[in-house]
Design a protein around this ligand. Structure first.
Ligand SMILES: [Mg+2]
Length: 400
């Protein structure tokens, strides 16, 4: 079997239903995300699909630039091709999330072809399934959404800090959902949050019995994360913004987190995800793949990985997402009792519906559209340059 073509499908994805409440979000802009799917075709008629994140509009160009390495190759040699592609990018510098995003979608599609060729789901080729259902968690900022998730069987809810640390709201959610539902908080590693800030917040969160406190500080400086880890007892989670075993290595080797969160669309591929999980296993670190910006193909890939990894926690899921999510692939996954069943069809078990994807051409791919109200970089405002915001009144952002 030989690869004959590599095609990309880039699409605009509508705003999250609650995006009007997000600091800095442009509620009038209908697409805060892009999804990028890859399809690899072979001379025997078999095709494989994958998904890439890590700035999809840019990753599309990277995939197209790598395509000539793939044409004519036997898609069965997944790891050999991955290493060829990895080496092909060396001249461009370290493999960041753009390069890792391209590797990811391509490798995912190769596994899909292999599974279809052998008539087996991908998890079967990875050593078989440890479990047949994968627990998922959903997002809620308020009581209504939290209850809607619980009604669907969700056992864990994650709530964000978006610009301001609103501990009262997190406390309210803990009261509403009760002690039997897990609660997590995502601070999104804001550039204005210092280690001291995160320690202050983390100590407040200790009394809320969190499943984890995610990205308490910006990930660019892991020494800050180490300071937070040393000072608080709340479990920490991070890792969504880096790719490959090399990017995730310090989080694991330095025991900086309790939960490692590689993004299934830019971690480097299915095998990289499994290697990351294996690195984390002897450290007692649990795998909870990031899915916040991802589409439905990556979700399928995450299920295959998590079926085979002993040290999983939960998969992030965008429940109540933009409606197009449920129109661009088949089949559509449904949560049952807080879990997604692992796919059973050969390969990844998901197919693109290209006519639907074509209805949403990409127009822009910057998720946090700046609102230019004429006051940008004004001292003492939320629009002030991020590195100067540490001089603002801390109480306004951090205190109850
Ligand atoms: Mg996050």
């Amino acid at each position: 079997m030989k690869i004959t073509s590599v095609d990309t499908y880039l699409m605009q994805v509508g705003p999250r239903p609650d995006s009007s409440g997000v600091l800095g979000a442009d509620a009038g802009f209908r697409g805060s995300r892009n999804w990028l799917f890859v399809e690899i075709t072979t001379d025997e008629g078999l095709t494989g699909v994958g998904e890439c994140s890590g700035w999809p509009r840019v990753v599309q160009t990277a995939v197209q630039d790598l395509a000539h390495v793939l044409i004519g190759q036997d898609p069965a040699h997944v790891d050999r091709i991955w290493n060829q592609l990895y080496r092909a990018m060396l001249g461009h510098g370290l493999t960041g999330t753009v390069g890792a995003g391209a590797l990811t979608g391509i490798e995912m599609a190769l596994w899909d072809i292999k599974g279809k060729a052998l008539g087996a789901p991908v998890w079967q080729l990875l050593g078989g399934a440890i479990r047949d259902r994968i627990p998922v968690y959903g997002h809620a900022s308020d009581e209504t959404r939290a209850k809607a998730l619980i009604d669907l069987g969700y056992k864990t809810i994650k709530t964000p800090f978006t610009g301001i640390v609103d501990l009262d709201r997190v406390g309210m959610l803990r009261d509403v959902i009760g002690p039997d539902i897990d609660l997590a908080v995502d601070a999104h590693g804001p550039s204005w949050m210092t280690a001291q800030d995160a320690i202050l917040v983390g100590r407040e969160l200790e009394q809320l019995d969190l499943l984890f406190f995610e990205d308490p500080v910006p990930p660019e400086n892991l020494d800050m994360l180490a300071r937070v880890r040393d000072a608080v007892s709340v479990p920490l989670a991070a890792g969504e913004r880096v790719g490959t075993i090399y990017g995730l290595r310090p989080y694991i080797e330095r025991d900086l987190v309790d939960v490692i969160q590689p993004d299934t669309g830019r971690a480097g591929g299915i095998t990289q995800m499994r290697k990351i999980a294996a690195m984390a296993e002897p450290h007692g670190i649990m795998l909870a793949p990031h899915s916040g910006s991802l589409g439905p193909v990556a979700e399928f890939a995450a299920l295959h990985v998590m079926a085979t990894v002993p040290n999983i926690l939960q998969l992030e899921r965008m429940e109540f997402d933009w409606p197009g999510r449920y129109e661009v692939v088949t089949p559509v996954l449904q949560v049952e009792d807080g879990c997604l069943p692992i796919p059973t069809a050969p390969g990844l078990g998901v197919e693109l519906i290209k006519e639907e994807i074509a209805k949403y051409p990409s127009s822009r791919n910057i998720s946090d559209a700046p609102v230019d109200d004429g006051h940008a970089y004004t001292l003492g405002t939320a629009d002030e340059a991020v590195h100067m915001q540490t001089r603002m009144s801390r109480a306004r952002r951090l205190r109850r």
